[in-house]
Design a protein around this ligand. Structure first.
Ligand SMILES: *[C@@H]1O[C@H](CO)[C@@H](O)[C@H](O)[C@H]1NC(C)=O
Ligand SMILES: *[C@@H]1O[C@H](CO)[C@@H](O)[C@H](O)[C@H]1NC(C)=O
Ligand SMILES: *[C@@H]1O[C@H](CO)[C@@H](O)[C@H](O)[C@H]1NC(C)=O
Ligand SMILES: *[C@@H]1O[C@H](CO)[C@@H](O)[C@H](O)[C@H]1NC(C)=O
Ligand SMILES: *[C@@H]1O[C@H](CO)[C@@H](O)[C@H](O)[C@H]1NC(C)=O
Ligand SMILES: *[C@@H]1O[C@H](CO)[C@@H](O)[C@H](O)[C@H]1NC(C)=O
Ligand SMILES: *[C@@H]1O[C@H](CO)[C@@H](O)[C@H](O)[C@H]1NC(C)=O
Length: 522
């Protein structure tokens, strides 16, 4: 009996890891990488059996349409990336393929409309390309995505040359909001780390960097109006993001077609604000006397402060969305403070009412500055009156039920519940992210249209500069394909093989990605 349970377990584990059956294992990589396949999978791909040769020392981009700084910068980046592809270990002998006689010496880029300056929610990411060396798009963002795809199709041959299949691809994303949240409060992330993350995002066609920049533990954002917030709230004086740093992140992201959405989470998750502004937080009473709780919801001062602060944030971060948090507001401190307790009694309110009032007010401060608020699900307490355009991000509990509810009330939603990158199961645990389908909830077509996309979340309690990039990549690639590719792209055998290649590719490009699935060569 015991023995058969043990064997069943062993088989289950074997299935789970997709290793060979039992102890019978073939030598070589567990998953054989593809060669010149694209991640995330494009919408329409028409393949021919023929290939073109590219000499890495004798090709160039030829810009035949509009151009701008974004395009010029991208051309330099992708030229280097393509040249560097000769170093990939995924080489194959040229003799195994059929070739067009003429090698590709020019890759033409035809942007048909003037560049937009900043990416935004409605950015057009459509592009067309042919392996013969043409990239066409009607917006600069489509050109960026097309260059990424083109570079992924190229693989090395064994004689120092490169090859690309004669394909035609027409591609555009399934969802407009494909994000990654990075928490820079629990551990401070260096600029180099943030740049690496943004590069990796571009390689996965992710387009929103959700910067969870401050939280309870530290306040690294150097404010213009309130510099004391980081002076006293950062872990160390040099663990701050100056205005220059913030502008550099926004610029680096812009050049890659990535939006930067800042989160200033209120009224909870604000303990570090209290190092310089204790008057904004609630002084707890017994049994928590001596401690500070969430922002004080009944003082005019905290609202005045938020108004001034939000005015600054919307100037510093150009995106038309900002995140105001609203999650995990503990009521125990409010309840221990007799001023607040008496106020709620006198006005026949609950603490949920206080939270609701607070979020209704601060979200309107955002809309008063022409910026749409994003909030975590807890802000949507019963009968809350959020301004039009508020987006709800779902991270906890039965997300299907919550998606039904929120979209039924007409709200746009973002999914994160199944994409927590800090929740490790095994090393190669990306399939659980891959299997999460954002429209798998009960709702009408109209409701489904309110799904803007989603975000993978990299909370930083147990990651720092030494392991955060490895933890994100390639696990976030699963989320990236789910949000970019068509719903029916879910062949896991195929995905494993492509992700193996994509991981090699990211490593070659300087992203220290961890192995996705098991024994392998990258
Ligand atoms: C760029 O593409 C557009 C649309 O297909 C086409 O009309 C135009 O002729 C192309 N430009 C060049 C220089 O080929
Ligand atoms: C995005 O930018 C384009 C070009 O500037 C603009 O036409 C469009 O209205 C913007 N969309 C949003 C949602 O701001
Ligand atoms: C309740 O908190 C507010 C804000 O910190 C503080 O001004 C007030 O004194 C506190 N009330 C009591 C009874 O401690
Ligand atoms: C709160 O109400 C109680 C009972 O009415 C009273 O004793 C106490 O002084 C009040 N506290 C404050 C801070 O107003
Ligand atoms: C207090 O509020 C509750 C529900 O929010 C309501 O049922 C009750 O009538 C209110 N009491 C007073 C005295 O207004
Ligand atoms: C938003 O602006 C309106 C009109 O100026 C003003 O009445 C309202 O108080 C503002 N709301 C907030 C929360 O600042
Ligand atoms: C949708 O609703 C049906 C009927 O109420 C239920 O059986 C099913 O589990 C629901 N599906 C999801 C994904 O919640």
């Amino acid at each position: 009996m015991m023995k058969s349970i043990a064997i069943t377990l062993l088989l289950l584990i074997a299935f789970e890891n997709n290793t060979s059956f039992g102890y019978i294992i073939d030598p070589g990589p567990q998953i054989k990488a593809t060669n010149g396949e694209v991640w995330p999978r494009p919408k329409f791909e028409q393949k021919t059996p023929k290939y073109f040769v590219i000499d890495p020392d004798n090709f160039d981009f030829s810009v035949i349409g509009r151009t701008c700084d974004i395009l010029e910068d991208a051309v330099v980046r992708y030229k280097n990336i393509i040249k560097n592809t000769v170093k990939s270990i995924l080489r194959s002998t040229l003799t195994n393929y059929h070739y067009h006689n003429k090698p590709i010496t020019q890759i033409t880029i035809n942007l048909t409309s003037p560049c937009e300056f900043m990416p935004n929610l409605t950015m057009d990411e459509w592009y067309y390309l042919s392996g013969s060396g043409n990239i066409l798009a009607h917006s600069i963002w489509g050109i960026l995505r097309g260059l990424e795809t083109y570079s992924q199709l190229i693989t090395p041959a064994n004689n120092g040359l490169l090859k690309i299949r004669d394909v035609r691809i027409r591609d555009s994303p399934r969802y407009p909001h494909r994000g990654l949240l990075l928490d820079t409060s629990r551990h401070f992330m260096e600029m180099k780390t943030i740049y690496d993350v943004l590069d990796g995002m571009a390689y996965n066609k992710l387009n929103v960097f959700h910067w969870h920049i401050v939280d309870d533990h530290s306040f690294p954002y150097q404010s213009i109006k309130y510099p004391e917030l980081s002076e006293k709230g950062a872990y160390l004086p040099d663990m701050v993001y100056s205005q220059n740093d913030v502008a550099s992140v926004i610029e680096y992201a812009r050049l890659r077609g990535i939006r930067v959405i800042a989160e200033f989470d209120v009224p909870g998750h604000t303990r570090s604000w209290g190092n310089s502004h204790p008057e904004l937080l609630t002084e707890c009473g017994e049994p928590y006397k001596g401690k500070l709780g969430p922002l004080d919801p009944i003082s005019e001062e905290s609202y005045k402060f938020m108004e001034n602060f939000i005015e600054e944030i919307v100037q510093v971060f150009p995106d038309k969305y900002m995140h105001l948090g609203g999650d995990e507001v503990g009521f125990e401190c409010w309840d221990s403070n007799s001023t607040i307790r008496n106020y709620t009694k006198a006005n026949n309110l609950t603490y949920t009412h206080l939270q609701k009032k607070f979020m209704e007010k601060v979200t309107r401060m955002a809309t008063n500055n022409s910026v749409n608020p994003i909030v975590w699900q807890e802000a949507m307490v019963e009968n809350v009156n959020m301004p039009e355009g508020t987006v709800v991000q779902v991270w906890l509990g039965d997300w299907r039920k919550l998606f039904s509810e929120f979209t039924n009330a007409g709200h746009h939603v973002l999914l994160s519940e199944c994409w927590y990158l800090d929740h490790l199961s095994t090393g190669g645990d990306w399939l659980k992210y891959y299997r999460c389908e954002p429209e798998n909830f009960n709702g009408t077509n109209e409701q489904k249209k309110l799904v803007l996309g989603g975000e993978a979340c990299m909370w930083s309690e147990v990651v720092n500069n030494n392991n955060v990039v490895q933890r994100i990549f390639p696990r976030v690639s699963a989320t990236a394909e789910r949000l970019w590719s068509q719903e029916f792209i879910r062949d896991e055998i195929d995905a494993k093989r492509r992700l193996e290649e994509h991981t090699c590719r990211m490593i070659l490009r300087g992203i220290p990605a961890q192995p996705p699935t098991g024994p392998g060569i990258c």
